[in-house]
Design a protein around this ligand. Structure first.
Ligand code: T5A
Length: 206
């Protein structure tokens, strides 16, 4: 069996990342691969504790700099304790969000410099990048319909930020994809989960 690959799914809230990770993991397992699925912030007990602190809607929350440091700390634990060991074993690792979420939200959304965020990533996670980063893109009105069904108006601290914040996040993801077509692929996330899954499989050449 060949060595696994490290794949991140990215995009705004509710575009279908978790759904597509499940379908991709099932397809890879059906081909006999060992697959780890995980998420950010989170994936290890320490990072899940930081997730609760980051997304909790009670209290004053965090400024953009503290938020970026906490995401980097969560990622450092996630990489050291789960992602690196899995890749070293030859497993496939599929993560729901990774460094490009920090670049899009704390960078594009909150205005921190990309070079500073990448410096934190070098310190925290030795700069580990995915082999492929799949960005799911969907019209905000379709996302709103899907989340209205699932969440009934509830959102976390970051998902609840205003439309202009989320527009800057979406624009940042498009810029990343344009700058590095070798790592990024943009996928139209409209249509049924199976239709989107077929696009993901084709884009990854699986
Ligand atoms: N964040 C995160 C940062 O600011 N910086 C960082 O560095 C990182 C790592 C994380 C928050 O943290 C921020 C970004 C986020 O605001 P989260 O709880 O992990 O928050 O939430 P999301 O990543 O936004 O995940 P969601 O679960 O909300 O969305 P998904 O995973 O994209 O969507 P999914 O698959 O759950 O689908 C949403 C709904 O749509 C349905 C599903 O069944 C579900 O009900 N659906 C479809 N319906 C119709 N057609 C399809 N094709 C469908 N696909 C899914």
């Amino acid at each position: 069996m060949s060595a696994g690959r490290f794949i991140a799914l990215e995009g705004g809230e509710g575009v279908g990342k978790s759904t597509q990770i499940r379908l991709l993991a099932d397809a890879l397992r059906a081909r006999g691969h060992q697959v780890i699925t995980t998420r950010e912030p989170g994936g290890t007990p320490g990072a899940e504790a930081l997730r609760a602190m980051l997304l909790d809607t009670s209290g004053a929350g965090w400024g953009p700099r503290a938020e970026a440091l906490l995401f980097a700390a969560a990622r450092a634990d996630h990489v050291a304790r789960l992602i690196r060991p899995a890749l070293d074993r030859g497993d496939w690792v599929l993560t729901d969000r990774y460094i490009d979420s920090t670049r899009a939200y704390q960078g594009g959304g909150s205005g921190l410099h990309d070079s500073d965020l990448m410096a934190l990533h070098r310190i925290g996670s030795e700069g580990l990048l995915p082999d492929h980063t799949v960005i799911l893109e969907l019209e905000p009105c379709v996302v709103a319909e899907r989340l209205a069904v699932r969440d009934r108006g509830q959102s976390d601290r970051i998902g609840g930020r205003d439309a202009s914040y989320h527009a800057r996040v979406a624009a940042a993801f498009r810029v990343f994809a344009g700058e590095d077509p070798a790592r990024f692929v943009m996928i139209d996330a409209s249509g049924t989960p199976e239709t989107v899954h077929a696009r993901v499989m084709e884009a990854l050449g699986i």
